[in-house]
Design a protein around this ligand. Structure first.
Ligand code: NDP
Ligand code: 8X3
Length: 253
């Protein structure tokens, strides 16, 4: 470890985008703080990534835990250069009249509230250092509606707009802000959305080509390593075989 090494904190690094992002930053000589609720996964990844990796096991929806865990980061890792707000999830694909209200609560608590808790906790030190970068993981679901996307899409629209508003607040303070908005990618996302139903989850990725988690990891690395004379506001990425549908126009018989 040396003092010139940069540090990234990645929320939700026990699988998918977060895990691949951690590997890419470690490979490029960064110190990486990984978070998530599944302690065994964090331990496994830390063993794989070595001494430049610090695991923090907590639930991002728990405001007190977010504060405590980030406040108590040991000095070797406490100078956070980049916060990647990645932890998030979709639950269910039911229409708004049938969706489970607990699922809606959990998406709001994780994708919106967890993200703002981590951001608010990390920002003062970045401002004090006059340097830092917040990279938020949004989604194409925040820009393009689809049936069943209801609250998930709403939370990701929040991520997109919050990122722009953060930038408005932080432009004079030396802090960069970027929102990365991916489309269909193969991670544990669909398994979580369909509550462990492998068959349903696999169907989402059947017979098509999707974004790989390392594609997003590389994008995050690229964004984090741009020179300071620019700020990448937003990047939208879709799979090569994904595009837009026509409007759904209901005809009266
Ligand atoms: P995964 O399910 O593979 O990873 C989600 C990560 O979020 C896990 O590490 C999980 O950790 C963490 N997480 C979820 N809830 C919590 C919580 N309450 N507290 C702490 N960590 C939590 O999915 P992805 O990698 O695909 O998702 C990463 C981000 O990318 C999400 O914000 C998602 O919305 C977004 N996204 C995904 C797309 C896709 O098609 N895959 C496309 C566009 C955006 P743990 O369970 O251990 O707590
Ligand atoms: C995940 C992409 O299109 O399944 O955010 O909502 S999508």
């Amino acid at each position: 470890m040396n003092d010139l090494q940069q540090t990234i904190l990645i929320t939700g690094a026990t699988s998918g985008f977060g895990k691949e992002t951690a590997k890419i930053f470690i490979k490029n000589g960064w110190k990486v703080i990984i978070t998530g609720r599944r302690g065994n996964r964090l331990e496994d990844l830390t063993r794989e990534l070595g001494q430049n990796c610090l695991p923090l096991c907590f639930d991002i929806t728990d405001r007190v835990a977010v504060k405590k865990e980030i406040e108590n980061i040991p000095p070797d890792f406490s100078n956070i250069d980049v916060l990647c707000n990645n932890a998030g999830l979709a639950l269910g694909l039911e229409g708004a009249d049938e969706a489970n209200l607990d699922d809606w609560d959990q998406m709001v608590d994780t994708n919106i509230k967890g993200l703002i808790y981590a951001t608010r906790q990390v920002l003062p030190k970045m401002v004090q250092n006059k340097s830092g970068h917040i990279i938020n993981i949004g989604s194409v679901a925040g820009s393009y509606p689809y049936p069943g996307g209801n609250v998930y899409g709403g939370t990701k629209a929040f991520v997109s707009q919050f990122s722009l508003n953060l930038r408005a607040d932080l432009v004079s303070k030396g802090i960069n802000v970027t929102s990365i908005e991916p489309g269909l990618a193969e991670t544990e996302f669909s398994l979580v959305r369909f509550k462990g139903d492998n068959e349903k989850a696999n169907k989402v990725y059947e017979n098509t080509n999707f974004i790989k988690p390392e594609d997003i990891g590389e994008t995050i690395y690229w964004v984090a390593t741009r020179p300071k004379n620019i700020n990448v506001n937003k990047i939208e990425i879709m799979a090569g075989l994904q595009a837009f549908n026509p409007f759904n126009i209901i005809k009266n018989d």
